[in-house]
Design a protein around this ligand. Structure first.
Ligand code: CP
Ligand code: NVA
Length: 309
């Protein structure tokens, strides 16, 4: 049966490992796999802005032998005149997969329910699972075996990144701590799901409301913008609320001495992270950004192997 990737826990721990192994292999031999030869097309739809996601899917689909069909929602019928389900029924007869960056997670679920081809979440208000595959690949390259490592996500715990960190890192058997203001904590359903997965994988998932408690002795420190796409009207209030959660050198000093710093980008230097940290020697953000390409090529290949003919 066709598989979709709408949230991080759509891959089991063993499946996540398979995709990450495939990503590492594809990174070593970048032009060897061509599952989209034909060329088959993949639709990549954007309701929100993007640099990394757009470039990495365009380049990745091309490198897999396929043809990327990049659609800006505002210039399509989706959202205004046509439902996600109807859009999916039209696309599935012409494309091999649908990748969609959108607002509500429910839209992705509707798209997936209405189609026979894999649907991939390229960021929603709730999750950013493609980013997490890239982040896990990057951590593995810098830190080795993921299981047992401690990762701290500091900032907007209710954001797509905060919530994806919980699910993806628990799946990898890591100890994941989210440090966020109480008003911006991850939703309880996601925390409970991460804790249930962690109980199986030997990891753990905790939420604290103190940045120091989150990063203490961590192997990896992560943050993201305090003002996610769609939240621009709340910027002043958010900057006031998140002030204690800036990742600066003093906070990094509370993590392990060889801790690395990650950020999915785009970054607001001086807000969620200081320039000396994000541009400093502990930062691995450029590897992280590159790995979107390799991780997504592996994910698409893995999903295409399992899609209904
Ligand atoms: N990290 C990330 O998804 O970046 P873009 O918004 O540029 O795609
Ligand atoms: N949390 C950010 C991620 C951007 C890639 C946002 O949703 O805007």
């Amino acid at each position: 049966m066709t598989r979709h990737f709408l949230r991080d826990d759509d891959l089991s721990p063993a499946e996540q490992r398979e995709v990450l192994e495939l990503a590492a292999t594809m990174k070593r031999d970048r032009f060897a796999a061509r599952p989209l030869e034909g060329p088959k097309s993949v639709a990549v739809i954007f309701d929100k802005s993007s640099t990394r996601t757009r470039v990495s899917f365009h380049v990745g689909i091309s490198e897999l032998g396929g043809s990327p069909l990049i659609i800006a929602t505002a210039s399509s019928q989706l959202g205004g005149k046509e439902t996600a389900a109807d859009t999916a029924r039209v696309l599935e007869r012409q494309v091999a997969a649908i990748v969609w960056r959108t607002y509500a997670q429910a839209g992705l679920e509707e798209m997936a329910k209405g189609t026979t081809v894999p649907v991939v979440n390229a960021l929603s208000d709730d999750f950013h699972p493609c980013q997490l595959l890239a982040d896990l690949l990057t951590m593995q390259e810098h830190k080795g075996e993921l299981a047992g490592l401690t990762v701290a996500f500091v900032g907007d715990g209710r954001s797509n990144m905060g919530q994806s960190y919980l699910l993806a890192c628990a799946t990898a058997g890591m100890h994941v701590r989210v440090g966020a203001p109480a008003a911006h904590a991850p939703v309880p359903e996601v925390v409970a799901a991460a804790q249930a997965i962690a109980a199986e994988t030997g990891g753990s998932a905790t939420v604290v409301h103190d940045a120091s408690a989150a990063v203490s002795d961590a192997d990896i420190v992560v943050t993201d913008t305090w003002v996610s796409m769609g939240k621009e009207d709340e910027k002043a209030e958010r900057v006031a609320t998140f002030g204690e959660f800036t990742v600066d050198q003093a906070l990094m000093a509370e993590a392990k001495h060889d801790a690395v710093f990650m950020h999915c980008l785009p970054a607001d230097r001086g807000f969620e992270v200081t320039a000396d940290v994000i541009d400093g020697p502990q930062s691995i953000i450029w590897d992280e950004a590159e790995n979107r390409l390799h991780a997504q090529k592996a994910l698409l290949t893995w999903l295409l192997e399992r899609a209904d003919a």
